[in-house]
Design a protein around this ligand. Sequence first.
Ligand SMILES: *Cc1c(COP(=O)(O)O)cnc(C)c1O
Length: 358
Amino acid sequence: MSALELARPEIRALQPYSSARMEARGGEIMLNANESPWPPSDGDAYACNRYPDPQPAALIERLAALYRVPSTQVLVGRGSDEAIDLLVRAFCRAGRDAIAIQPPTFGMYAVCARIQDAGVVGVPLRADFSLDVDAVPAAATPQVKLVFVCTPNNPSGAVVPRADIERLASALAGRALLVVDEAYIEFVDPADADCGSVVDLIDRHENLAVLRTLSKAWALAGARVGALLANAEIIALLRRIMPPYPLPTPCVQAALRALSKAGQESAAERIATIRRERARMRATLSSLPGVRAVLPSQANFLTVRFDDAGGAYARLLAAGIVVRDVRRYPKLDDALRITIGTPQENDRVLVALAGAAA
Ligand SMILES: *Cc1c(COP(=O)(O)O)cnc(C)c1O
């Protein structure tokens, strides 16, 4: 069975909404969408009086080049969160189908499944937060249509080797779509090339999809731009159920600026700084009294175990620093997740925690 055939039959049969923008392109005088013929004020930078292109060609081309896939394999939407939601709605029949995840992991997969009334099968990560590659297909009952794997994983920071993803994709072929969430992949140390992106495997595994985002390494969390990369049939299916105009024009402009040559150069610098700071913070935090362990992380955050995580959280907060309390996650009931900030911000974290221990 192809991955497309795993999708809900009623979605595959759906006659999509046909927007004015889709029906007619290239005219000179656009009187088909009840738009205002004037921008809201003179000199409006974005000309927002017109509905945006549903899948802006320039942005799709840029993302396809960036991720080295054909443009037919790219769906762009409001953050990867939207792609997660679309996948669950397209593949899981309410009350019948399910997704599989490996806790502790990103919370949105399970939330989207619950909104859709889909089941959630949890296959816990091992004690060292590595993926139990054989346990996942073993737990994938016929109800499981989507298997989400997050690498580097949020909140553990651990990566899944490409070889494991390939094995998993093969084991799930004809049974489930494997969705690899690479939200933090840009931060992986180049020395760990065997844990890099699996985008290049999409052509070999038609049941493999990859989530990417501009929210983290590309510094555009506020613009809400994310992409799903998958075989062209799945992309076409999801385009049909997506809201007609997902991407606001100013957000598309911001994404194109961030992905320009100059934008790419500054992103590379920022990423290098984050990697350096991650190594410095890990070493320094590990030596602080009250710190039990700092989990190895390939993302732009460190998850830190404390003797008294609640106390550490309160002391950071008193110093004006907000971190993520991840104690509600399995295996992390003594941990906080600390995003890597600027070098100055990171210094303040160290001062607050060192001062607290003294
Ligand atoms: C931050 C994050 C995302 C990104 O979501 P966007 O909607 O693209 O901002 C996706 N997956 C994981 C695991 C994340 O931590």
